[in-house]
Ligand binder design. Structure first.
Ligand code: FMN
Length: 363
């Protein structure tokens, strides 16, 4: 099994232009080009979570990455959810947000949903990354055809075998198996299923590996060489890490967010819809915990909850944390948070792979 791991890794790395089978997770809002450049310089794959970026910002990120690296990188996007304008839920969430201060004024350009998905998709094609990746669903057949015509590969995030099989059927070149340990949003295709279908990576990975023809990339709770070796032994061809890189200086997250990761126990992380309306794993900040108090409403559906929160943050005073516990960043955190170290990202990747290699059988 271990010998098989090395062969799988070699094949994956050759196919996608890597020296090390570690992908930096695309983390919307927390993945400047400097982070991707550092990861690529260590032989891994850099990544950009482009959810919040319009076409110009996507092109700019790619230009800055290419100015610092000729390595492999992925551009990532969320597949939009079907519209859910549940006005009663939106109103209840807005009322509850009142306890965190006053909302700022919504500017006319923000009244819409944000960057336009079709334009983001065109910008990603134009940039010709190594990989375009999706989360929360699948691209349509026409876009998948165009990805491949442009010589790009498509990686699709899945949280169950059914989602993974649908991705393979739709033409995905690899599936990212996201365990429930993962920091940030859960990629469940059906937004309402996210709490019900939480599967740990140790159970998810063999199930996907046994059920799929395409290579599987493991994600969720992997934060050191032991985790990398375990995932590769369970059948993954590579791993994707997010939380482990959050405290690297290149990531540039706020001091408050970084401090909330320091020593954070796996069982202390929480899953919450309080930041966006979609379920994600985060540190237990007073803001997040307030939404699970008795009597608290269900957050508004995605993306309205995120839009409301953006408006509230605009009303925050300049101090790092508002007095009611709301600050300007989402404190995402996976269950491996305590293993995240404050050191350059290239060092983290190099050590992870060196330690994993020492654990895998030689052939
Ligand atoms: C801060 C943060 C932001 C994230 N944003 C995205 C995103 O925009 N797109 C995506 O596909 N995954 C996103 N993820 C999830 C990662 O791709 C990956 O599944 C996760 O980081 C793996 O678990 P780990 O954090 O325990 O390493 C994000 C994760 C974090 C921690």
């Amino acid at each position: 099994m271990g010998g098989g791991a090395r062969a799988r890794v070699r094949e994956f790395c050759e196919r996608f232009g890597l020296e090390v089978p570690i992908l930096q997770a695309p983390m919307a809002g927390a993945c400047p080009p400097e982070l991707a450049i550092a990861v690529a310089s260590a032989g891994g794959m850099g990544g950009d979570g482009a959810l919040l970026d319009g076409p110009e910002r996507i092109a700019d990120w790619v230009a800055r990455f290419r100015a610092g690296s000729s390595g492999a990188f992925q551009l990532n996007i969320w597949i939009p959810d079907p519209p859910n304008e549940d006005q009663a839920r939106i109103d209840a969430a807005r009322d509850f947000l009142g306890r965190f201060g006053e909302p700022g004024t919504e500017t006319s350009t923000e009244a819409g949903a944000g960057p336009v998905f079709d334009q983001q998709c065109e910008a990603m094609l134009e940039a010709r990354p190594t990989v375009i990746s999706s989360i929360m669903g699948l691209f349509d057949a026409d876009y998948v055809r165009r990805i491949h015509e442009h010589g790009i590969s498509w990686f699709a995030c899945a949280t169950t075998l059914d989602e993974a099989l649908a991705a393979q059927e739709a033409g995905a070149d690899a599936v990212v198996a996201q365990g429930m340990e993962a920091g940030g949003h859960r990629g469940t295709f059906d937004p309402d299923a996210a709490e019900r279908t939480q599967v740990g990576l140790f159970a998810l990975l063999p199930r996907l590996v046994d059920g799929l023809r395409v290579p599987v990339v493991a994600a969720g709770g992997i934060a050191d060489g032991r985790g990398v070796a375990a995932a590769l032994t369970l059948g993954a061809s590579a791993v994707q890490v997010g939380t482990a890189l959050l405290r690297c200086p290149e990531t540039g997250i706020s001091k408050g967010w970084s401090a909330s990761l320091d020593g954070l126990a796996p069982e202390a992380t929480v899953t919450t819809r309080a930041y966006s309306g979609r379920l994600g794993r985060a540190a237990p900040t007073p803001y997040v915990l307030a939404w699970s108090e008795p009597g608290a409403p269900t957050p508004a559906p995605y993306p309205q909850q995120r839009r409301l929160l953006t408006q509230w943050r605009r009303g925050l005073p300049d101090e790092p944390a508002g007095q009611a516990g709301l600050d300007r960043s989402n404190h995402w955190a996976g269950q491996g948070a305590a293993l995240a170290t404050e050191e350059p990202a290239a060092q983290v990747i190099t050590r992870m792979w060196r330690d994993a290699s020492a654990l895998l059988p030689p052939t």
